[in-house]
Design a protein around this ligand. Structure first.
Ligand code: SAH
Length: 453
């Protein structure tokens, strides 16, 4: 019926979880990137499958009432902000609705309280960490920026509206140094070249800055002129390299080595102080993280007698938030460096009731339960996007904590896991979304489950 390059006119009715517009022509469904709910558009067919097709947005005939002009000139080509063209309050409403639909359709969850999504007052320059790929453009100039959606083509961006402005200065120092010293960026196709990524991290409360170069080699040649230029930037506290010689897409190496300054930067979330190393996971939006943890704490509502297990604990951020109220907190995390940070952070805050273990949550918890008969009043989980491992969910159900608080960065796996927990004797009581990544399709969610009595 349709052919490639055919022109179609349609109105967008919904968005996929990846943020692509969904519309129908004569009952046939098309997916169109960059189109918003309510847009009437002309599009060109680019790919056809049996029951659906993909088309490219060519012209907007009647814009959606939610449509705004994106601040960023490369918003459409860059893979970072998929929905910057949507008014911020509409973004928030869309995210909350997506979560609600997934919980109900996939999770079969009903009769729960959905608290209003927490959005940002000023949803710009919110990231404290950025990993810039480094490459060459067609003229052989060094470029840093972001990958275009779903590709590894680097869009050269000097200015990004969701990042700290100081990064422009850091990148220009690195680029100039590479040009001066004739240091080549890494080329994924040939496996040659040195500099793969520049990682920056900034403590929003303290102003401390960390820069880490991910390199395809053990040593950074001509490091001194780079260090002396970077040191001139106010707040610079730590300069390091992380060797990564793999041919994979993994960004960071397995280790990092400090070239100058401290091995970490310091930051605060609420009253709790954290030291953060280059390779440790630390939430990227500190303003919203505080509200996310506050919500997790309110949902957990630990009493002074309660024993809490915090699984996937990273550098112990949620653990230490909860340790302020609970009797004991035990954190489990797979990255050894993060656990070192977690232990140091507990000591830094004088918290002797927080204990940390390296390993897979799905192995450490079952083993501790089997061998030491541990008990938990409250279990908090904050897994990566793939959600919790089945062995972990099984163990949690056996341990029968009074409450489970699930912090999730992927509502689809959250819904899947909630169904398992509900079938195992728990009930979803409260759900609250938190917008950690304005202008992107991502949404963080906190859920409180209690045990059926
Ligand atoms: N709660 C922390 C970290 C959440 S991100 C915070 O808010 O900062 C998820 C964390 O899970 C990461 O630190 C990651 O290294 C860790 N992780 C991934 N797979 C794991 C597993 N199987 N067992 C334990 N931790 C894991």
């Amino acid at each position: 019926m349709w052919k490639k390059n055919d022109s179609i006119r349609l109105t967008i009715e919904d968005l996929t979880t990846e943020g692509a517009g969904i519309g129908k022509v004569d009952g046939f469904t098309f997916f169109i990137k960059d189109a918003l709910i309510g847009d009437e558009i002309d599009a060109r067919v680019i790919k056809l499958k049996k029951n659906y097709g993909f088309a490219r947005l060519m012209n907007i005939i009647t814009p959606s009432p939610d449509r705004v002009t994106p601040r960023c000139p490369v918003a459409r080509s860059c893979g970072g902000c998929q929905i910057q063209a949507m008014r911020y309050d509409a973004q928030l409403a869309w995210k909350q609705e997506k979560v609600r639909q997934l919980l109900e359709r996939v999770g079969h969850v009903s009769d729960y309280e959905m608290l209003p999504i927490m959005g940002m007052e000023e949803p710009w320059h919110y990231r404290n960490k950025v990993q810039y790929p480094v490459g060459l453009d067609k003229e052989g100039r060094i470029v840093t920026g972001f990958y275009a959606g779903r590709t590894h083509a680097i869009i050269d961006t000097e200015r990004c509206y969701i990042q700290p402005e100081i990064n422009e200065q850091i990148l220009s120092v690195v680029k100039q140094w590479m040009a001066d010293e004739q240091i080549l960026p890494y080329d994924e196709n040939t496996g040659k070249g040195l500099v793969r990524h520049v990682l920056t991290r900034i403590g929003f409360q303290t102003g401390e800055i960390l820069v880490c170069l991910v390199i395809n080699g053990q040593k950074l040649p001509h490091a001194d002129p780079l260090i002396s230029k970077l040191r001139e930037i106010a707040g610079m506290k730590s300069i390091s390299v992380s060797p990564n010689m793999s041919r994979s897409n993994v960004i960071l190496g397995e280790t990092s080595r400090t070239l100058w300054g401290q091995d970490y930067i310091t930051d605060y979330i609420g009253n709790v102080k954290y030291q953060i190393s280059p390779l440790s996971f630390y939430q990227v939006n500190p303003v919203q993280t505080r509200r996310l943890y506050q919500t997790a704490l309110e949902f957990a509502d630990p009493g002074p007698q309660d024993v809490v297990w915090d699984l996937y604990c990273g550098i112990g951020t949620i653990s230490l938030f909860i340790a302020q109220k609970a009797s004991q907190v035990h954190g489990v995390e797979i990255v050894p460096q993060a656990i070192e940070d977690a232990k140091r952070n507990a000591a830094l805050n004088g918290m002797s009731n927080a204990h940390f273990y390296v390993g897979k949550a799905e192995e450490v918890l079952p083993q501790a339960y089997r061998e030491n008969h541990i008990h938990a009043d409250i279990i908090v989980v904050d897994p990566p996007r793939k959600g919790c491992d089945q062995a972990l969910l099984d163990c949690m159900l056996k341990m029968q904590p009074a409450k489970i608080v699930y912090v999730s960065c992927d509502p689809a796996t959250l819904a899947r896991d909630l169904r398992i927990l509900e079938e195992g004797g728990y009930k979803v009581k409260k759900v609250r979304c938190c917008d950690m990544f304005p202008h992107s399709i991502h949404c963080e969610t906190v859920v409180l489950l209690t045990r059926n009595t």
